[in-house]
Design a protein around this ligand. Sequence first.
Ligand SMILES: [Ca+2]
Length: 234
Amino acid sequence: MLQIPNRACAWVATAVALTLNPHLLAASLEDIQLWAGTGSQRAALVIEWPEGPEPRSLLWGFRWEGTATGLDMLQAVVQADPFLYAHLGQFGWGTAVFGLGYDHNQNGVFAVNPPVAFDAGGLAVDTAPDDARTATDPGDLWREGWNTGFWAYYLRASEAAAWESAMTGAADRTLSDGVWDGYRFAPGFAGPAPGEPVPAAVPEPAPWALLALGALLLAGGARRATGTQPERAS
Ligand SMILES: [Ca+2]
């Protein structure tokens, strides 16, 4: 019998729902499942890879209080989602987005070749982009570019607005409540704005963590259980 992962079923169900219900076509902040940060203000982040397994346009949320930039949001979301990875360039003039990747088959196995040193949160920062870098797991997503393409950065004032090309980098983008930031890799430095995203899934605890939690609850000694996330491989 053909085994289909639950997550694949969820994606198929989402696609069917989108087809049957046009009101669901435009994703909103209310659709977001995975939020990074805390606070009363909310913004959305869309990342779209130009090729690879579907869905490849994904949606996350970011909450904050006070002042935050587009770069704060990107880094917080990468930190919060164990499946999301970023390779940033830190230069004297600012910060660049070299590469973005996603453990798309969500098997906890993710690496790129040539390798970069991701930290525990899935972030790597250096000054060495490589346009040829790829994900080693063919089921995953990775694109990187500097000389032959780049991660084009788009902004919109609300979910009802159209995407517009950003005139600044993410570090100079000041967020306000309700805005959306989008990254869409542009091979050859040309390409469309992000399409309609699918909300990135909240990672499920590892099976052993669920067993441990069950044991704690049975013992009656657990006042609060902390979620366990899959370990990252670099
Ligand atoms: Ca993987």
